[in-house]
Design a binder for this molecule. Structure first.
Ligand code: AMP
Length: 285
């Protein structure tokens, strides 16, 4: 019998919506939690859901309160929790960056030596600075890190950045990145022989892979087939089928979504027509 799996999901914040969307897309049919409901089940899988803050997930998994959870890689490093990263989820991407006021003379991370730096991520920041051999004073703040230099609390900041617009709005200039983060599925270390945990990781990864791909279909004259297939960025061999019209074939291929913008005009210029791209729901190797 497969063991039931308990999964902690972020109950609010940036990681909540994309984590929920990923679970829904996986087909396990999670029960929508009501207001203030902290637990729910999945209709199609033996999975119990626990809704907690993303910052609490690393400890919950480490301490065995739940079998696995979704959280930010940065939170695992900051909490220094002993958990196993089972899968990178490709959203919640951000980096821990150092920044100084626009008018500051610093031009690189090395220029932070001897400075006072405000951060809400002291452990990760200290580790990253030590690895770079930079000695600086870290000032731990709870939030609104970006205004610390203006308040005279610090000369620089180290904070999580995704687009950089908050830095710019607060008159700050990035100096460099110390750590890259994204949402991850984590499990308890050493809990390797756990079938439903492996199955969840496999299903989620099939959805993530599928999101980055498109199913491409087009028609082309048979004598142009070599030319069009030579530019197809597909891993395997495309499917080629004869059409009722003599001398014309239909080509089907799985291609990276990111290539579509350049690929369609290139195929068109080689004689491809009736091009269609379709989203892919799930993709397993
Ligand atoms: P929350 O504070 O609950 O909204 O979520 C914070 C988590 O979202 C962080 O621990 C990161 O993993 C992730 N994240 C993604 N982009 C950013 C960003 N620009 N600032 C802070 N956290 C971010």
């Amino acid at each position: 019998m497969t063991r039931r799996l308990s999964l902690a999901l972020p109950s609010k914040g940036r990681l909540r919506e994309p984590s929920w969307a990923l679970l829904e897309a996986s087909g396990v049919d999670p029960q929508e939690p009501g207001e203030r409901v902290l637990q729910a089940h999945c209709r199609n899988a033996d999975i119990d859901l626990l809704f907690v803050r993303a910052d609490d997930v690393p400890e919950y998994v480490q301490d065995g309160v739940v079998d696995c959870g979704i959280t930010g890689l940065d939170l695992i490093y900051e909490r220094d929790c002993d958990v196993e990263v089972l899968l990178r989820l490709g959203y919640g991407t951000c980096s821990l960056q150092a920044a100084v006021p626009r008018e500051d003379t610093a031009t690189s991370l090395a220029d932070l030596a001897g400075r006072r730096i405000a951060t809400a991520h002291p452990r990760t920041a200290a580790r990253a600075l030590a690895e770079l051999g930079i000695e600086a004073e870290l000032v731990k703040v709870g939030g609104s890190v970006e205004i610390s230099p203006r308040l005279g609390l610090a000369d620089a900041i180290i904070d999580l950045v995704s687009t950089g617009s908050t830095l710019r709005t607060n008159g700050l200039r990035p100096l460099g990145s110390l750590f890259d983060s994204e949402a991850v599925l984590v499990g308890r270390s050493g809990d390797d022989d756990f079938e439903s945990r492996d199955r969840l990781a496999t299903i989620l990864s099939s959805v993530i892979n599928a999101r980055a791909s498109r199913y491409l279909l087009f028609n082309v004259a048979k004598d142009r087939l070599d030319a069009v297939t030579s530019i197809l960025p597909t891993r395997g061999s495309p499917t080629v089928m004869d059409l009722a019209t003599p001398g014309v074939v239909a080509v089907h291929a799985l291609v990276p979504a990111a290539t579509i913008w350049n690929l369609l005009p290139a195929l068109e210029s080689l004689g491809a027509s009736s091009m269609l791209t379709l989203p892919v729901e799930r993709m397993m190797p």
